[in-house]
Write a protein that binds this ligand. Structure first.
Ligand code: 6PG
Length: 248
């Protein structure tokens, strides 16, 4: 019987989403500034959806001059296979918020390209880009931001999907279980090689998923987010009171 290491994680709970965003922004800035004293680049993976929108706006405005933006390389944890100007695009959401007044040099921004013939081609193309940049058996992103779906998915790793079982690929093609929207996603092995992982979780509808995702033992099939356990990195959850209402 393989012993499961007790999950090592920190859970921060805030009385309001504004307090949550301000705290996360401050910690991200601290992480980047600290790493930038020794590293040429800080590799930051953005999450999509709606939750991080306000965080990105705070980083682009209040932290416009408090972060060495020219030392950040930006990536995405997942993407909808739609044009980058589509309202559904995670790249577009970041462009409307984080890139507000261009704090990030475009040469350091690596979106998941969506102009390949198929979503599988797009996954292979992003994987090729990452392998060219990291040149290691696995990439070690400095910080991966993740969201949490009410169904316990994260990135575009959905419950009962084949993508959860992927142990070799860095990027896979998948799809939304309800809309069948084609998606691209980093795989669990890549997420678990990160130096830092921050989950941002807001709202009543995420309470059950947050309870499942932060409780031992992990249940990757039913709750992919529970399988995010960085091997040598730090895992922290940043939640408002509504999302954390089921956590003792
Ligand atoms: C996406 C995300 C996804 C998201 C969760 C939470 O592309 O949608 O990467 O994993 O983080 O679905 O979404 P909300 O923040 O919109 O609740």
């Amino acid at each position: 019987m393989a012993s499961i290491e007790p999950i090592k994680q920190k859970i921060y709970i805030f009385g309001s989403s504004q307090a949550l965003y301000k705290a996360v922004a401050s910690h991200i800035a601290e992480l980047i500034n600290k790493a930038s004293t020794t590293k040429e680049y800080f590799s930051l993976v953005l999450s999509g959806g709606e939750t991080p929108r306000e965080l990105y706006k705070i980083l682009a405005t209040e932290y416009r001059n408090k972060i060495p933006w020219n030392k950040i390389r930006l990536y995405w944890g997942d993407e909808r296979f739609v044009p980058h100007d589509d309202p559904e695009s995670n790249y577009r959401m970041a462009k409307e918020t984080l890139f507000l007044d261009k704090p990030i040099l475009s040469k350091n921004v690596f979106p998941m390209s969506v102009d390949q013939p198929t979503v599988d081609d797009a996954a292979l193309s992003y994987e090729k880009l990452l392998k060219f940049q990291f040149r290691e058996p696995w990439p070690h992103f400095d910080l991966i931001l993740l969201g949490l779906g009410a169904d316990c998915h994260t990135a575009s790793l959905f419950p009962n999907s084949s993508a959860i079982h992927e142990q070799k690929r860095w990027v896979v093609a998948t799809e939304h279980p309800l809309t069948s929207q084609p998606r691209l996603s980093l795989t669990l092995p890549v997420l678990n090689q990160a130096r830092n992982i921050y989950f941002l979780v807001r709202g009543n509808d995420k309470a059950e998923a947050l309870k499942k995702a932060t409780t031992d033992p992990p249940d990757p099939i039913d709750c992919p987010a529970s399988a995010v356990r960085p091997l040598n990195g730090e895992l922290s959850w940043w939640a408002d009171g509504e999302a954390a209402q089921m956590i003792s």
